[in-house]
Design a protein around this ligand. Structure first.
Ligand code: AMP
Ligand code: MG
Length: 411
């Protein structure tokens, strides 16, 4: 048996970052920039007002008080989206709306609330009274205060979140180079499997793994393709595996343990260079890894929980690495355990648990029976309690480490 870390390292070592593609910023959400992005112009492109109010010369407002307003002649009105027209000469003001450019001559904006516009009793025709002195620059958003022309806005390697998508749009960009998403082919194997939508005959069950694995692939940024279900026959396995070889990664499930019909091992080995590992973990001991015609192949165990747990340990990091991401690991927290689990044969156990806050810390409650076929135990869990190889059992009250499956990855 090989340790979990060794299996993880050996799977990750040959995986390479994929090449770039061009996409719209919105379609590239979650992908990693493959180019530096520089600003072709400043944002905002011109000084503009942060408030609805009056553009003034600050010097004209010196000494203004609410009981002795400084009156200025209103010489124009400016909405956002208009080019500045009339200039602000001494003794005048331009009525101006948020986002409108500051007219020539003005150096401050007085919001409506600090003018006689807000106290109609003091209004005078054609004039506005300023109730408080304005300092130069007040309520003015400077050209380039967000982004300066020529500035390096994002370096290659940045992961696009909603804020980056917005910044790229504010730069006027309609396409950018990002590391493309890996295409991941998924093959379930087993005579007993039927697809949802088909009728179940005695002895058959629905194929869960194609869907849980495809959902994991999609969650972590890959593009899954379902190759369907291969029967436990070499010819069918070979044909379907070959159909997946135009992908960046091929994932099979089941047929990698020691049963009479576990042909996946033999077929994978005959088609390419594949190793079979017994990984020192529970669930998920049997695992195949290698490559067929240059395509990395991971053979996950068949039990539905085991295939998901093994995916989280070994396949997620590979997909994130292909995407050019630096963060591959799930965060681990410490929690107080409720429930128990034992570990009699020195493997690393991953126990499904539901984690909640408790005071300053966390409590991790084991989600019922832990059989590796009990997929609802995975559905109830948001974390995996990790029991080290040398700890024979854990029980209520113990401090345990928990991998948080629904939290964003860390480095
Ligand atoms: P195997 O490794 O082929 O012996 O499969 C181990 C167990 O996982 C068996 O009980 C299979 O029926 C079950 N299994 C295999 N593949 C799937 C699948 N795609 N969906 C649900 N259960 C599966
Ligand atoms: Mg089988």
């Amino acid at each position: 048996m090989i340790p979990v870390e060794e299996a993880a390292e050996r799977i990750l070592a040959p995986v390479r970052v994929l090449e770039a593609e061009r996409r719209s910023p919105l379609d590239a959400l979650g992908q990693v920039l493959a180019e530096d992005v520089r600003a072709a112009f400043s944002i905002p492109p011109a000084d503009n007002t942060a408030m609805d109010g009056y553009a003034v010369r600050a010097a004209d407002t010196a000494g203004a008080r609410s009981d002795a307003p400084r009156y200025l002649r209103v010489v124009g009105e400016l909405h956002a989206g208009r080019a500045p027209g009339v200039a602000v000469e001494p003794g005048t003001a331009v009525r101006i709306m948020t986002g409108a450019p500051i007219p020539p001559g003005a150096d401050a904006v007085v919001q409506f609330e600090l003018t006689t516009e807000a106290s109609p009793g003091a209004a005078k025709a054609g004039l506005v009274g300023v109730l408080r002195p304005a300092s130069p620059g007040s309520n003015v958003r400077r050209a380039g205060e967000d982004v300066r022309e020529g500035q390096l806005v994002f370096s290659a390697g940045v992961e696009l979140r909603p804020a980056e998508v917005g910044v790229l749009a504010s730069l006027g960009l309609t396409s950018i180079a990002v590391v493309r998403r890996p295409r991941v082919a998924i093959l379930s194997t087993g005579d007993e499997l039927r697809s949802p939508g088909e009728a179940l005959a005695p002895g058959t069950i629905y194929d869960a793994n194609s869907y849980s694995v495809a959902a994991l692939v999609r969650r972590y940024g890959g593009e899954p393709t379902l190759l369907g279900i291969a029967r436990d026959r070499a010819d069918d396995l070979v044909a379907r595996i070959r159909a997946g070889l135009d992908s960046d990664l091929l994932i099979t499930s089941a047929g990698v343990s020691v049963g009479d019909y576990d042909l996946v091992k033999e077929v994978l080995a005959a088609e390419g260079e594949i190793g079979f590992w017994q990984v020192r973990m529970k669930p998920g001991r049997p695992l195949a890894f290698g490559q067929i015609r240059g395509v990395p192949v991971v053979g996950l165990p068949g039990n539905p929980v085991a295939s998901m747990v093994a995916f989280e340990q070994f396949v997620r990091p590979a997909i994130l690495k292909m995407l050019g991401k630096r963060r591959h690991r799930k965060p681990e927290i410490e929690a107080r355990l409720v429930g128990s689990a034992d570990n009699r044969d020195g493997r690393r156990c991953f126990v499904r648990a539901s984690v909640a806050r408790e005071g300053d810390g966390y409590v991790a409650t084991v989600t019922g029976p832990q059989g590796s076929g009990i997929l609802t135990s995975m559905s109830q869990a948001n974390g995996l309690v990790v029991i080290p190889e040398d700890v024979p059992e854990v029980t209520t009250g113990d401090r345990v480490r928990v991998q948080m499956l629904d939290w964003p990855e860390v480095e």
